[in-house]
Design a protein. Structure first.
Length: 265
């Protein structure tokens, strides 16, 4: 009804109701039938009206009184068929409307592969995190060393050789990283002489106004280089200019200073 009123008021360009009725009854010329058929493909209201007219046509056909076939009707039909067989063949064009996917199916077909790729990437990242966590759990010393090195408040000390030029160990060097409040430190050294039996190295510090204090002991097996996570005697706390020393010690104590360095805390 609304569609018919809109047409009467000139609000749309749909065919008139009478034209749709004739189309439903196949009463229009062939060209006009094709024009209306194309319009119905894009106009749901007109398509609904034509469907209603078809139902009415079917209902009228069922209600109509049945008539007996007149005499000679069969012969006329056969004669007409014979005439049709003699007419030249006319090609019929069949138009197939392309399938258009809409709604959620179109959404999943378009973006489904992207979501699948993202799921694979997230799975790989999660697996890598689990493996890294497992490795860290298997090697707690490595985790502790990483915590010391990554602490933003860590004090980093450059150690240089304390021996005179030309002497053994004069090219020794190292780096020391300590964190205030932590009882561990990371020490990396190069060209320290390997420890003999009964020998070790000691890490010492001297704060302003205080006597030297040994923080930790360690052993060097190779002169090419070594890296140690040292267990300090207590949590590191200091302020001001602090001096650090690496001494080679014997079982009797004492020894020469091989490395030295200082830092302002």
């Amino acid at each position: 009804m609304l569609h018919w009123l809109a047409h009467r008021l000139g609000l749309n360009r749909c065919p008139q109701c009478e034209t749709l009725v004739d189309y439903a009854l196949d009463g229009l010329p062939e060209t006009q039938q094709d024009s209306v058929r194309k319009h119905l493909d894009d106009c749901p209201p007109c398509r609904e009206q034509v469907r209603d007219f078809w139902q009415v046509r079917e209902g009228l056909g069922l209600c109509a009184k049945q008539q007996d076939i007149p005499q000679g009707f069969q012969a006329k039909v056969l004669a007409r068929l014979a005439e049709e067989d003699e007419t030249p063949f006319r090609a019929v064009e069949i138009k197939v409307q392309p399938f258009k996917m809409k709604g959620w199916p179109r959404f999943w077909v378009t973006l489904g592969p992207l979501f699948a790729l993202m799921s694979v990437v997230m799975t790989v990242v999660a697996a890598g995190a689990l493996i890294s966590r497992g490795r860290a759990a298997d090697n707690p010393l490595a985790s502790l060393s990483d915590a010391v090195l990554s602490d933003p408040h860590a004090a980093k000390v450059t150690l240089v050789s304390a021996l005179s030029g030309g002497a053994a160990g004069s090219d020794a060097s190292g780096n020391l990283v300590l964190c205030p409040g932590m009882d561990h430190a990371v020490l990396r050294c190069q060209h320290l002489a390997p420890c003999a039996d009964g020998q070790n190295y000691g890490l010492w510090m001297q704060a302003p106004g205080q006597p030297p204090r040994r923080l930790a002991r360690f052993v060097v097996d190779s002169s090419t280089g070594c890296s140690h996570l040292l267990q300090l005697d207590r949590a590191f706390q200091a302020t001001g200019a602090v001096d650090f020393m690496v001494k080679r010690e014997s079982a009797q104590g004492g020894g020469d200073t091989w490395l030295k360095g200082s830092v302002q805390l």
